[in-house]
Ligand binder design. Sequence first.
Ligand code: SF4
Ligand code: MG
Length: 329
Amino acid sequence: TNKMLQVNDLHVAFSTYGGEVQAVRGVTFDLYEGETLAIVGESGCGKSVTVNAIMGLIPQPPGRISNGRVEFKGKNLTKLNKKELRKIQGVDISMIFQDPMTALNPTLTIGEQLMEGLRTHKKISKSGAKEKAIEMLNLVGIPNPEERLKQYPHQFSGGMRQRIVIAIALICEPELLIADEPTTALDVTIQAQILELFDEIQEKTGVSIILITHDLGVVAKIADRIAVMYAGKLIEIGTKREIFYSPQHPYTRGLLNSVPRLDLKEEELLPIEGTPPDLFAPPVACPFTARCPFAMDVCERVYPGTTNLSENHAVDCWLQDERAKAAFA
Ligand code: SF4
Ligand code: MG
């Protein structure tokens, strides 16, 4: 499978009154064509900042991409100017957010909103755009699309609105869809339907998906691979099977202990005692040290390197490091 996106040693910082916050501290991963990669972790771990950096949505200042590359179709997205980014945003890469209501304009019809992006970015006639809009509403499972095009957002339910947002995101046929907590604002039955929709869309269009979520139930349903973030670092990545059945980082193991309790919300989902470190002055060493039941002296002094456990499975933890293993042997 081909790599469609390569994120390499990404660092993002934000200056605030209290000093500079190191929100993302050296994140590296690849995305393959046609796959769904889930990025999971507590709020504040850097998952949203990571995808916003990919999408060119870091406000600079106060934000700053202090290091790293985001390679997409032979271009480093972190180096593009606003005009070049606009050619990619919504066309090659689309993003959808948590709350469908804020993503839609209440004063425009659904048809107008669907066709707007298309006509800005592609040379297409009005009737061609309408045809495409109808096709998209069909794709996302909205009945009577011809009629529905003339209606306004308030005439749709929350779940239908999120379907419309997805249709708008897909209308220019992007290669990459980034979804940041796309089902969090919806009730549970609707959540399941939207997740199924993601699966269907991927099957029909082949789009690659990066899904940000704190909900491991969501991940279990639709991810191919899972990346786990903690305190601005990507601490473990692997296939869904590897992460669910053979997690190696103590933080990932802790997270998975909460899987049976899918009814819990983000804050309550924390099975591990303690809090993540302060990212004003992030530790040079393993950020999980203070909460880790296996912490060793070396963990407090030096950040562990990345150990590759299989073709897809990699972990940043001294417990897996060959040198640490040799020292114990
Ligand atoms: Fe725990 Fe050390 Fe591994 Fe960090 S590196 S997770 S402190 S064992
Ligand atoms: Mg977030």
